[in-house]
Structure formats: structure tokens, C-alpha cells
Design a protein around this ligand. Sequence first.
Ligand code: GLA
Length: 397
Amino acid sequence: MTRRKFSLQNIRRGSCLALAFILCDGLTVSFFAGTIQRPESRIEKRAFGKLEDGTTVDIYTLKNRNGLQLEITNYGGTVVTLRTPDRRGRFADIVLGYADLRGYVTDTSYFGALIGRYANRIARGKFMLNGVEYQLPQNNGVNHLHGGVKGFHKVLWQAREVPRADGAALELTYFSKDNEEGYPGNLSVTATYVLTNANELRIEYAATTDKETVVNFTHHSYFNLVGAGSGDILGHEIKINADRFTPVDETLIPTGELRVVKATPFDFTRATTIGSRINQTDQQLIFGKGYDHNFVLNKKGQELSLAANVYEPSSGREIEMWTTEPGVQLYSGNFLDKVPGKAGETYQKRGGFCLEAQHFPDSPNQPGFPSTVLKPGERYTQTTVYKFMVRGAKEKP
Ligand code: GLA
């Protein structure tokens, strides 16, 4: 396995004298006490494996100055590992994944994936735009799910490091041709993953089209804040900033109603463990086999706002999730069933949870939901941030 550092990272920190602020390769270098301080974060690239046609797939390691580590492969724009500390400073990998590329090629759980063109479901894979009916693959019973059979999670992205002041950043780009998986328009997509020095995984998406189309991207990491493979997530405490959710039919397509969460097992306006009500006899929980529902975030518009907070008491790990999107899907890993994972572990049912920032499922067929239509000349953008924290850490003496 060859390890190659990017040229920018070959520049050693510190040492040179400078008289002013310097802009170097677009990288801001600040003058401090006679020393140039260069960002401490860095990216390494290595081969992850080969696809059947012989194409090499890479994996990129991003580190921040606090030791957090994120691995992303350009196959599917997928997050493979994410190592964060617990309250005692011990690091663990908190996302579910596979040991090798093959696992991702054959995956049906969307571990760590970048989802597009349309996250979540479109009823019967059909929608109308300007009087034309489009038919997408029906890859989830009668419905279309997560961009189809060969969605963005199964394509190879172009990757490059981009200089940023806030951390290590990897930019992924993909050109999705007109009619790919049945969607109209040539779509140019960029997704930038930043591991910031403020301990955040920040994902910034952008897209443009040459023909009217629908767009809805998300990120599909399964988190387990004790560590991937360490059991179920039922004891994780979650708070979601949503007074309403979108109830679904038995095929998980929204009915169109925005239902108030109060007095239902969907009320996470106060921190509650994921497991405390998951087995109640509630029609929505029965349809979802647990939580697999879109929450309508309390927000004004497209501002980056706090969507959810998850805390795991034994490790002290905590995640805050922020997004510009109107909704978030809480998925409690209901379909996981003895999935062989990264470190020789087996992931059990409810062994991870997903918080998928999104526009509401089936929006192309729901006139009452915020629109997912993207027109030529417009630019789709989305920012979602997962911030990693600990509660109850003792200060070092
Ligand atoms: C999303 C869907 C779920 C399921 C998972 C992956 O969260 O809403 O129903 O498909 O992805 O298994």
C-alpha cells in the first residue's frame, strides 16, 4: 500500500520568517510571532482497491489538530471511518462500515454514503415536470429509493484537496449525465467534506443543471457513539428540533400530512432515548419497523440551524447536527441484520442510527412540501454539519 502525501502537506509547519499575511496557493497563512503558522490539518491518500473494470479507487485520510480522523473514499463519496474521543480522551471509530472496497460495492445499507440524485423515496418512481412523466427505477418495493440502483453512492467521484482555513477539506465532483437513473438534465455536482479544527464534519453540496430536474442530496453515515459494532443505539439520547413530522403509508411514502409530534413517540423536543418508545404499538412505528421518518425542522428558511443533538451517556460522546435543509430523517437501523463490518464485527439490528438532512421524501409528488425542483441557471446548495463533542470530560490537572 503506497502512502502519498499531498504536496501542500509536504510543506512543514512553522519555521520561515514573514513580514505580513501571505496568500500561498490560495491557502491563508497568518503571521504570528515571527513564524508562519500553517494549518495543522492534513490529508493523505492511498489506494483502497480496484473496481471490476480495473479502475483504482482511493481512500483519503483527513486529520484535524485535535486528532480526529476521517476517512473518505471516492467510491460513492463514502465516509469509511470517523475516529473521535470519548470523555476520557480515548478514540473510537463511531461510524459503521466495511473492511474493504468490496463491502461498499455490494452494500445495500448505504453505509457512510453520499446519496443522490434524490435522497429517500419517490412514490412508484414516477414524477411529472413540465407535463413530462419521468420513470425512475423502482428499487425499494414499488418505490424509488436513494437515487436508484446506481445512485451517487455507487459511482466514482473526482477528488482533490482544497485549501481551507477551518480544517482539512476534500472536494468531490461528479458529472451525472442526462437520463442517468432516469433523471432529466446533465447535473454537475460538488460535495466538499471538511474536517474542521472545531471538531466538525462539514458537508457542503452544490449542483447545477442544464434542464429542469429534481435534486435532494444527503449523507448516510450510521453512527454508534460507543463505537461501531459495540451493540445497539437504543440508549442514545436524542433531541430533535421538530414539532412536526411527515407520517407515511405502509411503503414509507408520506401521506402529505405534517403531524404534530406532541403526545406521540415522535416527540423528541426533549432529550429522550431512541429505545424508550420504539416498541410501542404505534402505526407509524410499525410501518417504519422503528424510526424511519422525516422530521419537519422548526426553522424560518434555509439558514444553517440546529436540527438534532444526540448524547451517549456511557462514553460521553455527543453530536450536534446542523443543516440548511428543511427536514431530517431519523433512521434507527431497523433493517440491519448481522451485517459483517469493518473490524471483524457484526452489526446488529439498530446497531447504528442515521440523521439524514434532506428535503421531504416524495416532494416531487407532494405540492404541499418545499420544492426540490432545480432549473437551469439556478444553483442547488446545502450545508450540513455534524459537530463532535463530549460531556462530562474532566479537565487534565
Ligand atoms: C433510509 C431509508 C430507510 C432505509 C435506509 C437504508 O434511511 O429511509 O428506509 O432504506 O435508508 O437501509
